[in-house]
Write a protein that binds this ligand. Structure first.
Ligand code: GUN
Ligand code: ZN
Length: 342
């Protein structure tokens, strides 16, 4: 352990929407570093008071604790900006054909390199990623992440209906493949790599698949959980037809125990009051993806309503529906964020 405090101007924004201006700069901030890893950040007096024996060096450069992207699809890196209609048409016409290319491990490895090069260029330090339904796509991503310095949470997309057959995996196989990947990657690189159980969303899941996801999370509670929720009106209506007994969309996930602390639900636009309250009660996280919501014309997420209810909201680039990898650009379009005047 080799600790150092860097003191100077600090932009504390890390990708979480708190109601503060993401562009605000504290004149007298500090980072606590262990080698090059940021382990704490905040006002200089607090960091120095908490670590009285640690050497302090002064800097004039504006510092950042690091930027987190809570929702991104690495296999969609090359389809950014490719028009295909609303969510469901875009998935069918643009996204699924592109994801089929990840059956080739060499292709997956090539895109993984481009993906991390781009994230490093925009300053993202912590990323939560969807791969495809090919285990080799997960191996390619984590193998590349191992030689980088980002914190990476990622997982195999689980789907067993309503997508091209080349992307479907029966629930039991998706369970077995996920389990093997958890054993290989969860906690690797001294804990920098973390596995996320990743059922894509309710419309591409049978009850058996969601059951498998819930079982995996119970068996591996330190893993992350991520999926999509209520992104478009057509999607919500489809979920109602597929799961007629569920009172609302989130209730489908609740029935299979995949709503819980730190589970990430991307989009969460068209929610009932019950769903908002349940997300808060479960300490779940919404990944707000404003550039993707604009691109697919999915609607506007009422972030102020989520924050008021006590839901944690983080930003996601949602590449490739999102139009930029740069989380500061995503923040500029985010709902519920104060705009800098002048
Ligand atoms: N819902 C299910 N899959 C996807 C995806 O790949 N992108 C977006 N934006 N929404 C989804
Ligand atoms: Zn997504």
């Amino acid at each position: 352990m080799s600790l150092l405090i860097k003191r100077g101007p600090l932009q504390p924004f890390d990708g979480t929407i708190t109601g503060d201006d993401p562009l605000h700069i504290h004149d007298d901030g500090a980072l606590l570093l262990d080698d090059d890893q940021v382990i704490d950040s905040g006002s200089a007096w607090r960091i120095i008071e908490d670590n009285p024996d640690v050497q302090v060096i002064q800097t004039r450069s504006v510092m950042s604790p690091g930027l987190s992207d809570a929702h991104i699809h690495y296999p969609q890196s090359r389809i950014v900006g490719t028009y295909g209609g609303g969510l469901l048409e875009w998935l069918e016409n643009v996204t699924f054909p592109e994801e089929e290319r990840f059956a080739d491990p060499a292709h997956a490895a090539e895109v993984a390199v481009e993906f991390f090069d781009t994230l490093e260029a925009v300053g993202t330090t912590d990323v939560t990623v969807f791969c495809t339904s090919h285990p080799a796509s997960v191996d390619a991503l984590f193998a590349e992440a191992e030689v980088r310095s980002l914190t990476v949470t990622a997982g195999l997309v689980m789907m067993d209906r309503n997508a091209p057959s080349a992307l479907l995996t029966p629930a039991q196989d998706a369970y077995d493949q996920t389990k093997a990947l958890i054993e290989r990657w969860h906690g690797a690189a001294d804990g920098r790599l973390r596995y996320a159980i990743t059922p894509r969303f309710a419309p591409t899941s049978t009850p058996d698949l969601l059951e498998a996801a819930g079982t995996l999370w119970r068996e591996h509670p330190t893993c992350a959980m991520q999926t999509h929720l209520s992104e478009s009106v057509e999607e919500v209506a489809w979920v109602k037809r597929l799961f007629p007994a569920a009172p609302d969309y989130l209730a489908v996930y609740e029935a299979f125990d995949i709503v819980g602390p730190e589970a990430i639900f991307a989009h969460a636009i068209h929610l009932t009051d019950r769903e908002v309250a349940s997300l808060a009660a479960h300490k779940a996280v919404v990944a707000h993806c404003p550039t993707a919501n604009r691109f697919l014309k999915s609607g506007r997420c009422d972030v102020a309503r989520l924050l008021k209810a006590g839901v944690t909201v983080r930003l996601g680039s949602d590449i490739g529906a999102g139009t930029t990898f740069d989380i500061m650009e995503v923040a500029a379009e985010a709902e519920g964020v104060p705009r800098r005047r002048g």
